[in-house]
Design a protein around this ligand. Structure first.
Ligand code: PDD
Length: 280
């Protein structure tokens, strides 16, 4: 596998990252995951903007993101991923510095910049049948809008989901659903797609944004409003949204079934429309 690392392309096995790297020591960095199909990166401009926003939010200004974004598309052909579905992971940390200190290195050090492309298997069976989710307390910090490397609460929530045989964990804060561990969430209530608003407790999901555009194109009404966990059982449909999740029907929450336990019509319409945008 050929990856991009600090301005050059090299085999992944030759990448070496210092144990002094602040990504390793503090989770001091940000990342993106971009979906690709047949060599085309989906919603590239949105991912560029979100990465820039994340870097700004953590005051990391030294990274050459133009060079990174020039390199990213070439990772697909370099790894024979220019046909079919693929995904690109990219990460920037504040770099390696000694001594270990919490404040930023002064003078600043070169950031560590890494990107890799890999094959991605479409979750077609899950799309067709729908998935089960579990409810977990949202134990994250107050800047979930930054796509930072600090994902330990998400890791624990998703691990709990996996141990329960579920696909995802829906996180609940103060009685309201925020989002999944790596996906956004929406309910369908009386034909209206109802979503938790984007706040400091939610990631500005690009799949969510795309889904809202599809709702507009398909004349599906939308309401962005807090979704109480107590209201979930009366929802007609529930679904997840995410780069690696697509538009994913939820058919079970913990031990109860959503409506009749099959993907609902609005979710299916949005999934079909979403798949048409990312055909491979
Ligand atoms: N996760 N919410 C969280 C907490 C996420 O980590 C993600 C994405 C999303 C969906 O955002 P988007 O539609 O832009 O992918 C929502 C990525 C895919 C990951 O961590 O692998």
């Amino acid at each position: 596998m050929t990856v991009y690392f600090n301005g050059t392309f090299l085999p992944k096995s030759e990448v070496s990252i210092s144990p002094d790297d602040r990504g390793f020591l503090f989770g001091d960095g940000v990342y993106e995951v971009v979906r690709a199909h047949d060599g085309a990166l989906f919603r590239l401009d949105d991912h560029r903007r979100r990465l820039a926003r994340s870097l700004e939010a953590i005051q990391l200004h030294a990274a050459d993101t133009d060079a990174l974004w020039d390199a990213v598309p070439t990772l697909l052909p370099r790894n024979d991923l220019d046909t079919g579905p693929a995904k690109v992971y990219l990460q920037i940390t504040r770099g390696a510095a000694t001594p270990r200190q919490h404040a930023f290195p002064d003078p600043p050090v070169a950031p560590t910049v890494y990107a890799r492309a890999s094959a991605y298997e479409l979750p077609v069976e899950e799309w067709a049948a729908g998935v089960r989710v579990v409810l977990r307390p949202d134990q994250r910090w107050a800047r979930c809008d930054i796509k930072s490397l600090n994902y330990l609460p998400n890791v624990l929530a998703n691990q709990a989901a996996q141990e329960a045989g579920a696909y995802e964990a829906l996180q609940v804060r103060d009685g309201f659903v925020t989002e999944g561990s790596h996906s956004s969430v929406a309910a369908v209530v009386d034909g209206t797609v109802t979503l938790p608003p984007i706040t400091n407790y939610t990631l500005p999901s690009i799949t969510r944004k795309t889904t809202l555009e599809l709702c507009e194109a398909l004349n599906v009404p939308v309401e962005e409003t807090p979704v109480a966990v107590d209201a979930l059982p009366t929802a007609d449909e529930l679904f997840l949204m995410g780069t690696t999740t697509g538009v994913m029907p939820i058919v079970q929450v913990d031990d109860w079934t959503v409506a009749d336990g099959t993907p609902g019509p609005v979710t299916q319409e949005l999934l079909t429309a979403f798949r048409a945008l990312t055909p491979a």
